[in-house]
Ligand binder design. Sequence first.
Ligand SMILES: [Zn+2]
Length: 246
Amino acid sequence: MIHVRRPPANKALPLTVRATMATRQKAVAQLGRGHPDIDRVWKNFRKTTVGELLADKLRALFRWKCAYCERVVTAGAIDHFYPKNQYPKRMFSWGNLLLCCMECNHAKGKTFHFLNGRPCFLDPTRDQPRECYLWDLQTGGMAPVPVAEHEERANFTRDELGLDADSLRIERAERVQNIIYFLLDVVKESPITDATKIKLRKSLTVELPYLGILDYLFHVPNHFTLLVDAARAKLPEIDTWLAAWA
Ligand SMILES: [Zn+2]
């Protein structure tokens, strides 16, 4: 999971989309929690041109990746962070919508709990996952930070959404391993070859999955920090590439 900076609706969405969402929101104002029409209203909206335009904006914002697990999606589902059945007043609220994969969408379901007044689920557009998880760079595993403020929510989110599943661990570990090889090449080569620079730049592009663990590799002291710092000192462009998402 990686933090995603969400621009305000007036910067992110065309006026027509905002106007349509506001109109639709007004139309559902009278629907109470759990009203049987809620799903139908949303499904009908999704079939419209504006509904598709909104989905496109979310795909662009989240770079075609699930907001929770960072898997690349082909189309992706729109997740209502506050579930629309429980919170119909947030159904058309830009700040409540995230792109997510089918697995996370299904796992998140309709249950929504609070802990000390905050949602149990972490919201990658409001929370800073870097402060919530420790990553195992060898196995790709993730653990909640042992900090009272974050631990329970981080744990809940990881376990409810299956973010530490074997398949995700393996893919994350491979991502890290590849980057480590490229960083070793940067440190070893003199001068650094264009091929190495290109491989490293491409592997750090924002469109690729599992930036959360890479954010940890580059920004939190860890087993590889000496290597990371040496590569950065030798190839300062690394920081420019990271600035696109970190
Ligand atoms: Zn997901």
